[in-house]
Design a protein around this ligand. Sequence first.
Ligand code: TYD
Ligand code: MG
Length: 457
Amino acid sequence: MSTTKQARAVFCCTECGYESPKWLGRCPECASWNSFVERARERNGARGNGTTRISGVAPVEMAALPDEDEPRTPLGIPEFDRVLGGGLVCGSLSLIGGDPGIGKSTLLLQAAGRLAEGGRSVLYVSGEESARQVKMRAARLGLPGERLFVLTETNLNAALAQVEALSPSLVVIDSIQTVYSESAEQAPGSIVQLRQCTMELMRWAKGTGVPVFLVGHVTKDGEIAGPRLLEHIVDVVLYLEGERFSSYRLLRGVKNRFGSIDEVGVFEMTEQGMRGVENPSEAFISERARDGIGSVVIPTLEGSRPLLVEVQALTSPTVTPAPRRTANGLDISRLLLVSAVLSRRLGESLAQQDVIASVVGGLRVAEPPADLAVALAIVSSQRDRPVPGDLVAFGEIGLSGELRSVGQLERRLAEAERLGFGRCVLPEANLRRGKPKTGLDLLPAATLREAVRLALQ
Ligand code: TYD
Ligand code: MG
């Protein structure tokens, strides 16, 4: 009872770190076989023994704290800084995730290069590529390499010992899956190692004030390193996304302890690395055929950023017993819903038609307001009638064919107006609380049937 520390044997899964009071053949957490080892766990007898831990930190009255935001160092890449909330915060630990080959290393090396050009030193710890490979990439990106240090070390403790001598303004760990900490026995990339390394980096970043960026590969099921476990530890989580055959990349904030997660950065992967796209709406609709059949533009929202994207649909007589529905960059369940409503409520004969719907440019539009654009594109293709080139449309479609209001109306309208569109088909419900200020001609519709009539007269 009165002991402050108590040693207790526990069994621990070497793959995921799951703890159990008894040995298990199969881990209930990660389903690995024979992965349990026994280890003694130091238990702090904090509960029940009446002792109080004394720490050196005193409570601070909030009113006495400074008003300003955390001081930030801009990276000098506007699309990147926007997602970070203005720049790097001292001592922050950030994670950038994404599929292999999507451009994480490229983007971070460019950011490192910018800081170095601005007179700061940066350490790039590469566990994946040799120093020469990193150098070749830097050369391709046009980075001179002064003050840009590369370290090919997978022992995290050794790497951090090196950092102290350099005192850099940023440390990049590429990737967290390749480094290991001496205080855990598991292999690099195992969940125990990932957690241990990330926690050590967090302590280190907070202790030294040096911001750290981690690269994390996304596993097949789309999560960074298994059960999203790093996301809880780090301050900032960003994902770099894009379709394989498209050159556009979206940098999206998923968590940010120092800013909003509503921001996205848009890049294009070029021969000279990632180039920020200043006017993404213009880029995404630039190749659109005016008065195209089966093509509709929707002002969608990525976080709080409006983006115009083109939705296309093609219907063609099916040759399979059951007609097929294919969605690229759209939610397949929304496409099924839209097709079903078109068949049942509007009498469009889609029963013998394959329907393919895509978002142009390799973007993903998952929000329900895209329903109306998808529906109009399908009807336009099916009836071989063009949607006017100056028209945009959005609205969520309900099962009885009604149009439901969408959020952020004014942002959507403003973006469409800025890019020279003249008309907008939108849910009537959106105008119930007054007419928004816009130069666009508004064509309100209560139902999908009405919207089709307005758009395809
Ligand atoms: P990379 O940054 O290595 O991806 P990640 O770190 O996310 O795995 O990017 C790899 C791809 O990017 C590779 O297919 C080559 C391409 N690339 C360019 O197109 N332009 C460039 O300037 C660079 C450096 C890479
Ligand atoms: Mg890489």
